[in-house]
Design a protein. Sequence first.
Length: 134
Amino acid sequence: MNINFVIASKNPKELSGFYAKINSDKACKGFNASHYFISLSNRSKIHFYRPNENHEWQRKGNSTSLCFQGEPSEDPSKMIETWISEILKTGGSVMGKTKLVNFGAEQWILDPEGNKFLILVPYLSKGSDLDALM
């Protein structure tokens, strides 16, 4: 069994392209012209779809979120700033300030359609358990 994620979108092709670019991946056409996906390294996928016209679709807030995690770094602030720069070039925007916390650096992002997601770069330090960090 694989765990996959779905994102409802007004423009699934464009939104899947945004996420593909920030993850050094490519968007793939799905079941039809209103469905695209990107594959993740763990065999999971993120699906982007346009909801059926009969489906009531309200944006009220999120209780879950995607989190994209970069490679652990001795300088997570530098790595996350580079990542943010690339995201801004592809149409994303930042929410608030980057937080440097005891486990690394994190930043909330808005994609071009206003969906929130988190980017995270953990600290890499001597004795770190790499399996736990990834």
